[in-house]
Design a protein around this ligand. Structure first.
Ligand code: HEC
Length: 119
């Protein structure tokens, strides 16, 4: 009986402090942008530029019809972009569509940061 009591007395605070550590790590990951929202400007435009130049870039043969440096083009084509993208690039577009096809990340300013009590 005494042994059990000791285990409870020792384990309970330990598990609580472990939970605190896990939570702190999650917050760190969020702040480091690991759970970052996908936005056209930061994520999609560079992928299109890398894979779809020169044709869809300025001076390219289809730039007048489908300019990929413009958010509206990507937004309008949506899923159709993935008929010519593969792997990570295609999953990035999928995530972007799922998250609502943002043009820019909305919470990139510091006014949005979590405040936590000091000490
Ligand atoms: C060699 C030039 C060339 C490259 C490189 C190119 N495209 Fe295109 N693309 C075209 C032309 C020409 C058209 C218009 C005619 C057509 O539909 O094929 C077009 C049309 C499209 C369309 C609209 C028609 C449709 O099929 O839905 C999409 C979407 C598209 N391209 C996506 C892409 C993506 C994404 C990339 C990069 C991974 C890319 N293209 C790279 C030449 C190109």
């Amino acid at each position: 009986m005494l042994g059990l009591t000791i285990i409870i007395v020792v384990m309970l605070p330990l598990s609580i402090s472990l939970q605190t550590i896990v939570r702190q790590e999650q917050t760190k990951a969020e702040n480091a942008g690991l759970t970052k929202t996908i936005a056209y400007k930061d994520s999609i435009a560079p992928v299109l530029k890398k894979n779809c130049s020169p044709c869809h870039s300025e001076g390219g043969k289809i730039f007048d019809t489908y300019p990929f440096d413009r958010y509206e083009t990507a937004q309008m084509l949506g899923k159709r972009l993935n008929t010519r993208l593969k792997g990570n690039d295609a999953s990035l577009v999928d995530r972007w569509i799922k998250e609502g096809m943002l043009e820019t990340t909305q919470d990139s300013t510091s006014t949005h940061q979590r405040t936590r009590p000091q000490g």
